[in-house]
Design a protein around this ligand. Structure first.
Ligand SMILES: Nc1ncnc2c1ncn2[C@@H]1O[C@H](COP(=O)(O)OP(=O)(O)OP(=O)(O)O)[C@@H](O)[C@H]1O
Ligand SMILES: [Mg+2]
Length: 383
């Protein structure tokens, strides 16, 4: 299909209201975390619906996607998004030059520092955002897409702590507020940003970002332009089976659209088959990667998936589980799991995009759907 987007204005409206709300007992001032599986429309919603809605409500919106450039450090990506916004407001430079002694012709050269000190050419993030807040006299909404990547590097970690300081400063009565909305595709990973007291967003609400619904499916059926009308309830059931991924419907529609020999009374049936084919293809792709793993890698992946957030890669129970799985899937294997080869297996799984590692060595599945796939394929039996 074309580049068209189904707009979710009611959801954006509701969320913007919550995000911008102030008052007693409002926890969203600590930031709001939205979790939803891969490819279900998080970024599209942030960019196409939430960003304009927050702007319309009077906020200055800064959007940064920490996955946009996998080579760049997440800390730098956050800094440059903020710097871009600062540079749009002339008055900010004046304010900063007063407060931090910055050369006013040289905003482009200003570095954003994660520390509290604002010396020389570096200005502390909280000072920069405070200057912006005072200049625009409006709340600042910072939307961080794929926020879990911030905790994979030192600079990213530092940026989050600086943001917490900035948020506390800007949410004080002297300024106009900083609201941070973060998304991620894995609940466990996002939870790490807010579960422990030493994390920058301790206690921020983590909510499930709702998948696209029947209204989206109705819009899809209306606009898809096949030679026969698709029935909304039928397509919605397929959409559920497709784990709410719009791309699978779109690809199936293309498949049907280019089958020029198809009679219009066969369109529905062909569409059902095409969606199921898309689902199988998506699963098969992951299964091919999984099937090619060594017995140890496979056992590490299975134990991680089975234990979920209780997974501790190097404890005795895990070691025993790896050995048990290996014995089952590769009885001839002589390798005995130990800390060093498990470490290597984890690194290999990371390279293959199956596993994600937080800076301090906490591991999680890259995609939570991998666990479901392993389970339904019987790979977690007995674990
Ligand atoms: N509201 C929508 N209307 C039409 N298509 C959509 C909508 N939301 C998402 N899509 C389509 O679904 C696909 C995935 O969307 P998007 O990139 O927003 O998802 P995501 O959850 O951010 O994915 P990722 O996990 O890769 O970051 C894209 O092809 C996008 O065009
Ligand atoms: Mg995205």
């Amino acid at each position: 299909m074309s580049m068209s987007v189904f707009h979710r204005s009611a959801l954006a409206e509701k969320m913007a209201q919550q995000v911008l709300a102030t008052g007693v007992g409002v926890s969203s001032s600590s930031g709001l975390f939205l979790a939803a599986p891969r490819r279900t429309g998080k970024s599209t919603f942030m960019r196409e619906d939430l960003r304009p809605t927050l702007s319309k409500a009077g906020a200055v919106v800064i959007y940064v996607d920490l996955w946009a450039n996998k080579q760049a450090d997440p800390g730098d990506l956050i800094a440059s998004a903020i710097r871009d916004e600062l540079s749009k407001h002339d008055g900010v430079v004046k304010r900063l030059s007063k407060s931090a002694g910055i050369d006013k012709v040289n905003l482009a050269g200003i570095g954003i520092s994660w520390s509290h000190a604002s010396l020389g050419k570096d200005v502390a993030l909280s000072a920069a955002l405070a200057a912006l807040s005072d200049e625009v006299k409006a709340p600042i909404a910072l939307l961080i897409d794929e926020a879990q990547h911030a905790i994979t590097t030192d600079a990213g970690f530092a940026a989050l702590f600086a943001l917490k300081a900035a948020r506390d400063e800007l949410n004080s009565s002297a300024h106009f507020g900083l609201r941070i909305v973060a998304t991620g595709s894995n609940r466990d990973k996002l939870a790490m940003l807010r579960n422990s007291k030493d994390q920058a967003f301790f206690g921020a609400p983590l909510v499930a970002f709702p998948p696209l619904g029947k209204d989206y499916v109705a819009w899809f059926c209306e606009g898809v332009g096949l030679s026969a009308q698709l029935e909304v309830d039928m397509v919605y059931r397929l959409f559920e089976q497709a784990a709410f991924r719009p791309e699978l419907l779109a690809a199936a529609a293309d498949h049907v659209r280019f089958d020029f020999a198809l009679e219009s009374n066969m369109v529905s049936e062909a569409f059902v088959k095409a969606v199921q084919g898309q689902i199988e293809m998506a699963d098969a792709q992951t299964m091919r990667v999984i099937d090619a793993l060594t017995p140890l890698q496979s056992s590490v992946l299975r134990v991680m998936a089975a234990k979920a957030e209780k997974y501790a890669p190097f404890d005795e129970a895990a070691m025993n589980s790896y050995a048990a799985v290996i014995k089952k899937i590769a009885p001839a294997e002589t390798l005995v799991p130990d800390v060093s080869n498990v470490q290597q297996a984890l690194a290999a799984l990371q390279d293959k995009g199956l596993v994600w590692r937080e800076k301090r060595g906490v591991y999680a599945l890259e995609e939570s759907t991998t666990a479901e796939l392993l389970r339904s394929s019987g790979f977690l039996d007995g674990l």
